[in-house]
Design a protein around this ligand. Structure first.
Ligand code: UD1
Length: 330
């Protein structure tokens, strides 16, 4: 049995990854303290896969409790570490909270893995590690520039920590994950998400918000609004399976970009959403947001060649599933 311990498995990307793991004959075990999600995501995964999944309500900074999970489960083959705080805005207010939780939980997990001779880890990183990039599309060997936020800094420090340990690991640098599983049963249940563009679009479309404010239209881009690389969360989840298979086979440490390679503007994103779902979204142009990067999108050469992974779903599919989730989530 190929047991994979998934921290933060009840979260947005974590829950989608549980589904992909099950589809590929891995046997996931969830560790999550549910501090920013709901057990409903676990129930949703069980409904989608038809399998029950062991779940431990444990905080990853609690070494003793995490150690007990490893002892109880035995023969864990690898881990995927999602559990972390993720709000950029909150991290500016409480940098210490972000530092201690995000770095602390990885450190504890690595200690426990070492104690139990578990060799492989996949780490949930972000394109935010690049800061404001000089060259686009961005490659994995681009230098880490100054982090735009304390949250971004924690991702940089975690990657550095992984480079120093002797445990084998892959950092997956996510671009902008959007959308949900086609069933509408799992999705982003965090309370800090509505700073991100797509949840703001869907909440405006359904009437929870009056209007989307586009943060600046005077950037040096095709229509003046920022460019991002929006990746369907199911494709992103699948990259974790590929990364696990890769690290187990090749026994290396590495980092991979996980994006589509396409730069999509804020206005394009809004218009695609409107077209696919046949619904109007109120929006207005507002001032720039502090700390925003003008444009960033992925060079996927390495993940395509090495991981043999590619994004298969379109942004249209992602926008349609995002709308389904907004209407259906309970
Ligand atoms: C942000 C973080 C990134 C983090 C990610 C996690 C910054 C600078 N980056 O990415 O580190 O990994 O969230 O979720 O904060 N936009 C609007 N109006 C809105 C909301 C967003 O115009 O109401 C625009 C933004 O200016 C940006 C794009 O939409 O150009 C995407 O924004 P968002 O979804 O917040 O993601 P990022 O800023 O790319």
């Amino acid at each position: 049995m190929k047991k994979i311990l998934v921290t933060g498995g009840a979260g947005y990307i974590g829950s989608h990854t549980l589904v992909e793991l099950s589809l590929h004959n891995f046997y996931p075990i969830i560790v999550d303290n549910l501090c920013n999600t709901s057990i409903k995501n676990i129930k949703g995964v069980e409904k989608i896969t038809g399998k029950s999944i062991p779940f431990y309500n444990v905080d990853c900074t609690n070494e003793k409790a995490l150690n007990n999970v490893f002892e109880k489960e035995k023969n864990i083959l690898g881990t995927i570490h999602f559990a972390a705080y993720k709000s950029v805005e909150e991290s500016v207010k409480y940098p210490h909270k972000y530092h201690s939780n995000n770095i602390g939980s990885l450190q504890v997990l690595l200690n426990v893995m070492k104690n139990h001779h578990v060799e492989n880890i996949i780490f949930s990183s972000s394109c935010t590690v690049y800061g404001n990039p000089d060259v686009l599309p961005i490659c994995e060997n681009a230098p880490f520039k100054k982090a735009e936020s304390p949250y971004g800094k924690t991702k940089q420090l975690c990657e550095e920590l992984l480079n120093k340990t002797d445990i084998l690991g892959i950092s997956l640098r996510y671009f902008n994950p959007i959308g949900s599983h086609e069933s509408g049963l799992i999705g982003d249940r965090s309370s800090d998400n509505p700073n991100n563009l797509v949840p703001i679009i869907t909440e405006t479309a359904i009437g929870k918000r009056e209007i989307v404010t586009v943060f600046g239209d005077d950037y040096d881009t095709k229509d003046g609004t920022c460019l991002r690389d929006y990746i369907h969360v199911v494709d992103l989840a699948n990259a974790h399976v590929k990364a696990l298979q890769y690290v187990m086979k090749n026994k290396v440490k590495s980092a991979f970009n996980i994006g589509t390679g396409n730069g999509v503007s804020v206005l394009e994103a809004i218009h695609i959403f409107e077209k696919v779902n046949n619904i109007k979204v109120n929006y207005k142009i507002g001032p720039r947001r502090d700390g925003d990067v003008e444009q960033i999108y992925s060079d996927n050469t390495l993940s395509t060649n090495e991981l043999e992974w590619e994004a298969k779903r379109t942004i249209e599919e992602a926008m349609s599933s995002a709308w389904l989730w907004e209407q259906q989530k309970q």
